[in-house]
Design a protein. Structure first.
Lengths: 67, 142
């Protein structure tokens, strides 16, 4: 999921954490990871699978608006 | 025994030719929490660093280097922070092998260039963000 790390570089506001789900089962359970990649933004907006850049950005903006 | 094959090394060297400046892999290890995984993670970071002089590795123990771990916001081991001219906020929790290995190398390159491969409109939206954003990406090696 390269978009997340490129977004980190694009903005000081964005931090990205790639989490290896099998090494962190507690986190995977807490975030109900059933399939990968699973993206969770600000613990509010989430989706599974690869998405186009515009959709990923839309999810980021929704997560901020939901604050 | 090496983690990377000779074929991996050749492919990574080609990618690392794109580096535009130094990159530091800040590795978080804690023997008592996840010794085997932390040792593998550290070994992987060192194998990558051996492929290009511009890549360095620093190992921190969150139980000892508490202030620095807190400053990086890292609360898990094994972990890697990919830092370029500054800390861009790129973290990997767990050993980035398999599919995630190519993401690690991509992160190293973009951390060094500071030039994300994103549309201009996306960059403008991100630069205008009014709040902090944390993106967690759950992945598996295959």
């Amino acid at each position: 999921m390269r978009l997340a790390q490129h977004m980190s570089v694009a903005s000081e506001r964005v931090r990205s954490i790639v989490i290896e789900a099998t090494e962190f089962p507690d986190l995977a359970r807490a975030y109900r990871v059933m399939g990968v990649p699973k993206v969770v933004i600000n613990d509010r907006v989430q989706f599974e699978g690869a998405v186009p850049e515009a959709d990923f950005l839309g999810a980021v903006l929704r997560a901020v608006e939901a604050a | 025994m090496s983690i990377l094959t000779e074929r991996d090394r050749a492919a990574v060297r080609t990618e690392l030719a794109k580096l535009a400046g130094p990159v530091k892999l800040v590795v978080f290890s804690q023997e008592l929490v996840a010794g085997d995984l932390c040792r593998q993670n550290e070994a992987l970071a060192r194998e990558v660093a051996e492929l290009d002089d511009r890549i360095s590795v620093e190992v921190l123990n969150p139980a000892i280097d508490r202030e620095r771990a807190a400053a990086y916001g890292v609360d898990q081991v094994p972990a890697i922070v990919v830092e370029g001219a500054r800390d861009w906020g790129i973290r990997f929790y767990g050993i980035p092998l398999g599919y995630e290995f190519s993401n690690l190398i991509d992160a190293v390159v973009v951390a060094s260039t500071g030039e994300p491969a994103l549309d201009e409109a996306t960059k403008a939206s991100l630069q205008a963000l009014a709040a902090d954003v944390e993106i967690k990406v759950f992945s598996t090696p295959t």
